[in-house]
Design a protein around this ligand. Structure first.
Ligand code: GUN
Length: 292
């Protein structure tokens, strides 16, 4: 069994970007600038956004964090988005999800200028992705493609089961892996909460992308020998033995599944760090787009 070490690969990617930033700035070019909007105080979201800002610092990007209270109105949030759209110093920005219930997520995502939409969530970018046109790919699926590619995991002609149909991970992952591309050309099945006899699909899969948000759901008896496992889940499970009161668990029962897997991502240190690295890559792309 080989661990798909997202931490290491993401550090390699960050080093690659950092050296590109150095070259750019020594040529007198502008430093890439990423902004993030966070609404509320959800612990996990705060952790993710802070990690994104910290990653910017490490590779030499400029970053701006716009921290808004939980009771921020939709109108105020839309106003902040319009400001970022109009600010020529900002190359790309994200609105961290989930948003508080009183805010219409689709309305917010549609307000982001598609040319600054480094999360790839705007309908224009989703449409362009679906049509194989150049666009910002959503960072988590993009990170998974990159991880599979850098470990030379064969995907062409393989049976891939994507567990989950979220707009952020499952849906785009299923589209991307069925496309003619590196880490693509797979035969993809999407399973979800209404799927009957889920094990029937997972037991036949060569590659499983688990993105359902239920901790340790996928167990060893549900997979075949040699399976490749990508675990997108990261749930906080109460654990009194830990100082912070919880442990992080994936969607996969690592203990039993790793005994059968040929490759598997750990949680943490698998998909999570890759998501951040690909967001930075998208921001670099945004900067180069805005040059012309
Ligand atoms: N919430 C969970 N994943 C993501 C992500 O990739 N981007 C944003 N903006 N919010 C998220």
């Amino acid at each position: 069994m080989i661990l798909l070490d997202g931490k290491k690969v993401s550090n390699d990617i960050k080093d690659e970007i950092a050296s590109q930033v150095k070259t750019m700035t020594s040529n007198g070019e502008k430093t890439p600038h990423l902004a993030a909007i966070l609404v509320g105080t959800d612990g996990a979201s705060m952790t993710y956004v802070n990690a994104k800002v910290k990653a910017c610092e490490r590779i030499g990007f400029n970053s701006t964090l716009i921290d808004l209270p939980e009771d921020t109105t939709e109108a105020v949030l839309l106003d902040k988005i319009h400001n970022l759209n109009d600010d020529s110093d900002i190359d790309g920005f994200i609105v961290q999800l989930p948003l508080p219930k009183h805010i219409d997520e689709q309305k917010v995502l549609k307000a982001v200028n598609p040319d600054k939409d480094v999360d790839g969530f705007h309908p224009t970018n989703v449409g362009r992705m679906t049509l194989d046109l150049p666009c910002f790919l959503p960072a988590t699926p993009y990170g998974i493609l990159e991880l599979l590619e850098r470990y030379n995991v064969e995907t062409s002609g393989k049976d891939v089961v994507v567990m989950g149909r979220s707009h952020i991970v499952g849906r785009p992952m299923s589209i991307l892996m069925s496309q003619k591309r590196k880490a693509g050309n797979a035969t993809v099945t999407v399973v979800h909460s209404r799927t009957e006899n889920l094990s029937h699909f997972t037991q036949k899969a060569d590659i499983i992308v688990a993105a359902i948000g239920i901790s340790e759901f996928l167990t060893g008896d549900m997979v075949k020998d040699g399976v490749v496992i990508i675990d997108v889940g990261i749930t906080r499970v109460p654990d009194e033995t830990k100082a912070r009161g919880y442990r992080l668990a994936g969607d996969v029962d690592f203990e039993s599944v790793s005994k059968k897997a040929s490759y598997i991502t750990p949680v943490p240190g698998g998909v999570g760090p890759m998501t951040i690295a690909m967001l930075l890559k998208n921001t670099l792309l945004a900067r180069s787009m805005h040059k012309s």
